[in-house]
Design a binder for this molecule. Structure first.
Ligand SMILES: [Zn+2]
Ligand SMILES: [Zn+2]
Length: 128
């Protein structure tokens, strides 16, 4: 059914991103500048907000209410998407979805838990 124009943007679940026109008040010179540079204002605004609030907004669905910050990084719960991966606090390895995630070990000498990743502490055994 979608005829002309660019294809609709979809979120991490394959749902079409709903869009709406908003009016913004900006300096006339800025409007002139954007026109001269042939900058798409809708795209610019979307990109700006996304960058400004990086880590607070999901770049896939633009939602901010599904954002979680577990030890491994920042993810959007709606899209099941990792926005940013942290480094392991134990060995400094980069966390990586499916390949290197959080794991907890136990230091027998200090009798304290160690927080690390699959690289330094191994993959957790699956519990059936
Ligand atoms: Zn999302
Ligand atoms: Zn590690």
């Amino acid at each position: 059914m979608s005829g002309v124009g660019r294809p609709s943007e979809i979120d991490g679940n394959g749902n079409v991103i709903e869009k709406k026109v908003v009016n913004v008040n900006i300096p006339v010179k800025l409007i002139k500048f954007l026109k001269e540079k042939k900058i798409n204002r809708s795209q610019l605004f979307t990109e700006s907000v996304r960058k400004l609030y990086e880590g607070e907004l999901c770049p896939k669905c633009y939602g901010g209410d599904g954002i979680e910050n577990p030890i491994c990084g920042t993810r959007c719960d709606h899209c099941d998407y990792w926005i940013k991966m942290n480094r392991c606090q134990n060995c400094d390895s980069q966390y990586q979805e499916h390949y290197n995630m959080f794991n907890q070990g136990w230091d027998k000498e200090t009798d304290k838990p160690i927080f690390g990743c699959w690289d330094c502490l191994g993959k957790p055994k699956l519990q059936e």
